[in-house]
Design a protein around this ligand. Structure first.
Ligand code: NDP
Length: 330
């Protein structure tokens, strides 16, 4: 067996020297343990933050230890009462070809309800993030304009569709013409701005949002968000979900660029991490699954094949290699 460990803490953008593949000798199964073999790994932008030392909402990865993240796995052998060989589980799993883990750290999933990888995307963390961030904080009303950045990514593509279900005008911001065509033609976005080629982004957003912006679902931060914020309406809401434009910055640019807009327009800006909504995950999953079943919510994945491709796939998030959810199939 093999595992991929954090070889060193990156400064700025990680590269090949950040990761190391090692041979892994599996321990014996103790009472309560299961042997699992992952089939799909999720790679997510938050993993970059875990490569840094220091306290955050989730503990850092340790140098010399395997990276880990959301994954779906087959149970190969079990000494845990609730699971048996052949079951399919999800959990936060180490980047290893097989692992021995306490059975209680895993959650059984039902592959007859949806393809297994959906539990890492639309029926998992990104879907719930879109659902609660948009509905609980954004509170979109019919006829309002919702702008979402990172629009063609795992969270953004779901945010835009939920906003359409709620009767809003939906404007996405994304980084390639292919993504823009897809969002408009297949995902029902009313307009999409390419932040890389738009030129003056403040004007481009104003043009795409003739009635201003009522909800801005922020996945990226940085200059994209500065431009959206200049177009906000009175009483606009900003679910502050992610700041991917800043995750690899060594000097995060800080400044009073936007506060006057937020203040004078009585804007609500609220950060959140999806763990805040744990008690309501059941409600979110049920609604997301219902919308998928009714054909109101469509899904998209970019699948990279091979366990050894995990680092490359994760880094690909920072150059927009994915459309929809980035998944590594083992
Ligand atoms: P995505 O699937 O959206 O992947 C990241 C995308 O971000 C890329 O495809 C790329 O698309 C875009 N991107 C990368 N770098 C930049 C940049 N410098 N400026 C603008 N866009 C950029 O990831 P997720 O949907 O999983 O996550 C989206 C955001 O939500 C992230 O910031 C993440 O950290 C956050 N998040 C927060 C959660 C929470 O609990 N608060 C939970 C889950 C995610 P493009 O081609 O358009 O540039």
């Amino acid at each position: 067996d093999q595992q991929i460990v954090l070889a060193s803490r990156p400064k700025g953008m990680p590269d090949a020297s950040t990761f190391r593949v090692e041979v892994l000798a599996l321990p014996d199964l103790n009472e309560g343990d299961v042997l699992i073999e992952p089939t799909y790994f999720s790679v997510d932008p938050y993993m970059r933050g875990r490569m840094n030392a220091g306290k955050s909402y989730i503990p850092p990865f340790e140098v010399g230890q395997p990276l880990a993240g959301g994954a779906v796995a087959n149970v190969v052998d079990s000494k845990f009462d609730g699971l048996k060989a052949g079951d399919l589980v999800t959990g936060s799993l180490p980047w290893a070809t097989r692992s021995v883990l306490p059975g209680k750290s895993l959650k059984k999933i039902d592959a007859s309800l949806a393809p297994p990888s959906y539990y890492l995307g639309i029926l998992g963390m990104p879907g719930l993030t879109a659902y609660f961030g948009l509905l609980d904080i954004g509170n979109p009303q019919p006829g309002e304009t919702v702008v979402v950045s990172g629009a063609a990514g795992a969270v953004g593509i779901i945010v835009g569709q939920i906003a359409k279900i709620k009767g809003c005008r939906v404007v996405g911001i994304a980084g390639s013409d292919d993504k823009i065509a897809l969002l408009k033609n297949e995902f029902g976005f009313d307009a999409v701005v390419n932040y890389k080629t738009a030129g003056n982004l403040v004007d481009a957003i104003a043009e795409a949002c003739p009635n201003g912006v009522d909800v801005y679902f922020d996945n990226v931060g940085g200059e994209v968000s500065d431009a959206v914020i200049r177009n906000l309406n009175f009483h606009a809401r900003i679910p502050l979900c992610g700041q991917i434009a800043l995750y690899n910055e060594t000097d995060v640019p800080m400044g009073p660029r936007i506060q006057p807009m937020l203040l004078t327009r009585s804007v609500l800006m609220k950060g959140f991490t999806i763990g805040n909504y744990q008690p309501r995950f059941g409600e979110g999953m049920k609604q997301l699954a219902a919308w998928v079943g009714e054909g109101k919510l469509h899904y998209k994945e970019t699948t990279v094949k091979g366990f050894d491709k995990l680092p490359e796939a994760m880094l690909g998030l920072f150059s927009g290699q994915n459309t929809g959810k980035m998944i590594v199939e083992v």
